[in-house]
Design a protein around this ligand. Structure first.
Ligand code: RIB
Length: 339
């Protein structure tokens, strides 16, 4: 059986992408790694498959977007941004919804790679990207948006989740709240981890002790917001404000607060990440939210991917960091607010 790039990568202890970069003589690979790859090629007697090599020159003019929840306006708006940008540049888009399942995330990436799309934009919920087996020799450019994957040397588009959450907490502090609870996102995702870090750093910098019982880890879905807010509300020592790390969990928290006959914001202030697009202002009271530029995140991710696809030489990974906007409405208790 002929030796493949997979054998070379395993023997050299590097990724497929690195082997291909070395074989194509690209820069940004250490001398040590180049030696390891060339040694493995020699020892295994590897000869790049010319048919496979041809693949990399064939363009499908299709890109993929792998994301965790198409029903969430945040991701749907990113997808719209990507699609419009791609279409204007002559590309079609395949969207793959992983339902926040890591196995589906890898399956979607594998399917797109095998369908020979030209590149993929990924909003990851795991590190499965690192296990992607790219067809022989081809390199599949990947751009991350929203969450990051530790160890992935790829382009990315994010917001500064730590600073954005600090601003949400400091807004509640400015309204006089000192007993602020947080329903976090999944802490194995960078958005979940960084938002919790922003919450804790804001409390610390304002001399407010962390109350373990007021921090609950959610999963970015409505039911977890509902259940966790219920736990917080049923505590003897209740907070006066809840920060939900995304829109869906905020809706669940609203339901839990209402079911207990409590008033938002008088009995419990509520703030969150993300809008529910136009619906947010229809909520009663309208939700105070740290709103991410989801459409522009999609635009920027697509621009980075197209830039890489049409680059004449290899480029170091690039990160774009965008600003979120604090829209103050009625759910936090501020008087003057955005309508
Ligand atoms: O609503 C989905 C959430 O998960 C958003 O806040 C987005 O940042 C992602 O992390």
């Amino acid at each position: 059986m002929s030796v493949t790039i997979k054998d070379v990568a395993q023997k050299a202890g590097v990724s497929f992408a690195t082997v291909s970069r070395v074989l194509r003589g690209e820069r940004y690979v250490s001398a040590e790694t180049q030696q390891a790859v060339h040694r493995a090629v020699k020892e295994l007697g590897y000869h790049p498959n010319s048919l496979a090599r041809n693949f990399k020159t064939k363009r499908s003019n299709i890109i993929g977007f792998v994301m965790p929840d198409i029903s969430n306006p945040f991701f749907a708006t990113i997808a719209r941004g990507i699609e419009e940008r791609a279409r204007r540049n002559g590309y079609d888009l395949i969207i793959y919804d992983t339902h926040s399942d890591p196995d589906r995330e890898l399956k979607g990436l594998q399917m797109l790679a095998e369908r020979r799309v030209d590149g993929v934009i990924l909003s990851p919920i795991s590190d499965q990207l690192l296990k992607l087996e790219i067809p022989d020799v081809r390199i599949l450019p990947v751009v991350l948006v929203d969450n990051l994957v530790e160890g992935a040397e790829v382009d990315s588009v994010i917001i500064d989740n730590v600073q954005a959450t600090r601003r949400l907490v400091e807004h509640l502090l400015s309204l006089g709240h000192r007993k602020i609870a947080m329903i976090t996102g999944p802490l194995n995702q960078t958005t979940g981890k960084d938002r919790l870090a922003g919450y804790l750093s804001a409390l610390h910098d304002h001399g407010i002790p962390e109350v373990k019982g007021w921090i609950r880890e959610g999963d970015f879905l409505m039911q977890s917001g509902y259940e966790l807010a219920g736990e917080l509300l049923d505590k003897a020592d209740k907070p006066t404000a809840i920060l939900a790390a995304n829109n869906f969990m905020a809706l669940g928290a609203m339901r839990a607060i209402r079911e207990r006959g409590l008033h938002i914001p008088r009995d419990m202030a509520l703030v969150a990440f993300d809008d529910m697009s136009e619906f947010t202002t229809l909520l009663d009271p309208p939700l105070t939210a740290m709103v991410q530029p989801a459409g522009r995140l999609g635009d920027a991710a697509c621009d980075l991917l197209l830039r890489r696809l049409h680059a004449k030489r290899s480029m170091k990974p690039r990160q774009v960091i965008m600003e979120a906007e604090l829209l103050i409405r009625g759910s936090c208790g501020a008087n003057a607010y955005h309508d």
